[in-house]
Design a protein around this ligand. Structure first.
Ligand code: AHR
Length: 331
């Protein structure tokens, strides 16, 4: 009996030693330091993306060096150069526009620092960055156009509010939507202008469109490259004495909580979802590349659509989730 007890104690001691030894490499692993050059905070979606990435970094014990570029590419280039000089383990870059990144990406590559593009793309050669974690903006535009074609039987005068000029999000969404219109000769874009992805931009542009188009009587639908701009446009439509979603249909991209509220209130028709939760795949990609694993050049997130029938429930669910993410990021 004594031998059995001794054997059990010995086993327990050995197991606990193994656990200590087994956990040593994990504890000894250097905490990653990642630089994140963010565009700014032009939209509700952008703020959710920032909160989500900060929360994921916190969860993983990653030190995140965050820089807000205030919509300026030169600030982003400065931030990336500063991350390189600090010798960070990886860089997340949300590029405000598509072009002009070749030199700084080459500098990061030469310094052996993997760069992950988050949400928007660049025109630079893909060999200059590790991967892009983003949805397919062309597909989003096609989804929006297809929904509108079905809803209007292919006959509609459309006004388009574009995102930031030169951004991949605006270029590709415009292209995807236009692809669908080539199939429907009765659908026309009668006015198009940039609202810079902001709510005030969307309102100002829509006010001008309404004025130019017989107080809105010539307009069948507004297609905006993001929800914030459509929410501004909805305000302009109401101010003009028309009913958004009825007199003028709305279609946009992002699926921010406020668009669900607008749909639940009967003021918006549809939204294509763009996930803001890009931290998980972005950090996973950096960790995988550091471990010598292959990483695909484009990690695509899906783009489901949402409509008024589920809007109230989605609004409740998403506002509860957002409050948690903001609280975690603020810790
Ligand atoms: O790049 C993604 C776009 O940028 C989002 O649709 C928009 O809201 C944001 O500002």
């Amino acid at each position: 009996m004594k031998f059995v007890k001794f054997g059990l104690l010995l086993c327990a001691a050995m197991l606990s030693m193994m656990a200590t030894v087994g956990s040593t490499p994990v504890q000894a692993q250097k905490a990653l330091i990642i630089g994140f050059s963010q565009i700014g905070s032009e939209s509700g979606w952008r703020s959710s993306e920032t909160a989500s990435i900060k929360a994921e970094a916190l969860k993983r014990g990653i030190t995140l060096k965050f820089d807000d570029a205030q919509q300026k590419q030169e600030n982003q280039i400065k931030a990336v150069r500063s991350f390189i000089a600090q010798g960070v383990d990886g860089i997340l870059l949300a590029p405000v526009v598509e072009t002009g990144w070749d030199a700084v990406l080459k500098e990061a590559l030469d310094a052996k620092i993997p760069v992950v593009l988050v949400d928007r793309g660049v025109s630079a050669d893909p060999s200059l960055y590790l991967t892009k974690v983003a949805s397919d903006f062309v597909h989003e535009g096609r989804l929006a156009g297809s929904w509108l074609a079905q809803r209007t039987n292919g006959i509609c005068n459309i006004v388009e509010i574009q995102g930031t000029v030169g951004s991949s999000a605006a270029i590709d969404r415009q292209k995807g939507f236009a692809d669908v219109l080539t199939l429907f000769p009765g659908m026309k874009i009668i006015r198009t202008q940039s609202g810079d992805f902001t709510r005030t931009g969307g309102k100002t542009v829509m006010e001008a469109f309404l004025k130019a188009e017989n107080g809105g009587k010539n307009i069948c639908a507004v297609w905006a490259h993001n929800d914030d701009m459509v929410l501004g446009a909805i305000q302009a439509i109401k101010d003009a004495g028309l009913k958004p979603s009825k007199d003028i249909l709305t279609i946009s991209v992002d699926s921010v909580p406020d668009i669900f509220k607008a749909m639940a209130d009967g003021e918006a028709n549809a939204t294509v979802e763009l996930s803001p939760d890009l931290g998980v795949p972005a950090f996973d990609a950096i960790i995988a590349s550091k471990a010598g694993k292959d990483v695909p050049k484009w990690i695509v997130s899906t783009s489901p659509m949402h409509f008024p029938d589920t809007a109230a429930a989605e609004y409740a669910r998403r506002t509860a989730g957002a409050a948690t993410a903001v609280a975690t990021a603020a810790k």
